[in-house]
Ligand binder design. Structure first.
Ligand code: 13P
Length: 252
């Protein structure tokens, strides 16, 4: 049985003081999530990581939105895995479409990050998903397959079980134009099929696959009722305490 996972992605939102306020307010949700066997957490900007972690401690997941694959060096503006580990952060998004789009994050770079995170006992949340153009050309599956194959190169069977994959069609992010639950299931199921081919059925059945893209309190249950959708990666609706709370309550 795969545990459900609700993960917020704040993107470039919330100052340190705003993040502290938010963390204090959502802290009680941790117990509620636990009692329903749901993993819950937020991926936040680097500056917010330490203050939010100090408040939430280990009650909820506190993850980074990105990380560099090298340990240290002359990479101005970057943050390394040892820096995250030093403040007890053990999860990071990898290859979010906004980073692929604006920061030249290639599948090969994602692969380097995934391998580095796993080597350090951290959880990569590997984001994949196609543009509107690719979707309309009916090429979603071949596009996503390439992202998975290159992104998971050299990841062994034991490690891949720890990884989370998030399917986020770019055309549904922040647009309110969400993919139907049928589309989400079709692609998540396809991703599991690729995992079966790359590894084996038992391994593929252990990997959690999330859907992301305009997930709101009023549609989250539809997605999570699908067999291969194990949770949601949520942008906009994770930014307000009320809607974050509702997201959780609607899947309990
Ligand atoms: P929205 O939920 O705002 O569409 O964002 C989705 C997303 O990009 C999460 O990573």
């Amino acid at each position: 049985m795969r545990r459900k996972l609700l993960l917020g992605n704040w993107k470039m939102n919330k100052t340190v003081s705003e993040s502290r306020e938010f963390a204090k307010e959502i802290k009680p949700l941790a117990k509620e999530a636990r009692s329903h066997k749901i993993d819950i957490g937020v991926c936040v900007p680097y500056l917010d990581l330490e203050p939010v972690k100090k408040i939430l401690k280990n009650s909820m997941i506190v993850g980074a939105e990105n990380v560099h694959y090298l340990e240290s060096g002359a990479y101005t503006g970057e943050v390394s895995i040892p820096m995250l580990k030093d403040i007890n952060i053990s999860l990071s998004l990898v290859g979010h479409s906004e980073r692929r789009q604006y920061d030249n994050e290639t599948n090969e770079k994602c692969n380097a990050k995934i391998l580095a995170l796993l080597k350090n006992d951290m959880v990569p949340v590997y984001c994949v998903g196609e543009s509107l153009e690719t979707f309309e050309a009916n090429k979603t599956k071949e596009f996503v397959k390439e992202q998975i194959i290159v992104g998971l190169k050299d990841v062994d069977k034991e490690d891949v079980k720890k990884l989370v994959i998030a399917y986020e069609p770019i055309w549904s992010i922040g647009t309110g134009k969400n993919a139907s639950k049928e589309i989400a299931e079709d692609v998540c199921k396809f991703i599991r099929k690729i995992l079966r081919e790359l590894y084996d059925t038992k391994t593929a059945n252990k990997v959690r696959i999330l859907y992301g893209g305009s997930v709101k309190p009023n549609n989250i249950k539809d997605y999570l009722s699908e067999k291969d959708v194990d949770g949601a990666l949520v942008g906009g609706a994770s930014l307000k305490v009320d809607s974050f709370t509702e997201l959780l309550r609607n899947i309990e």
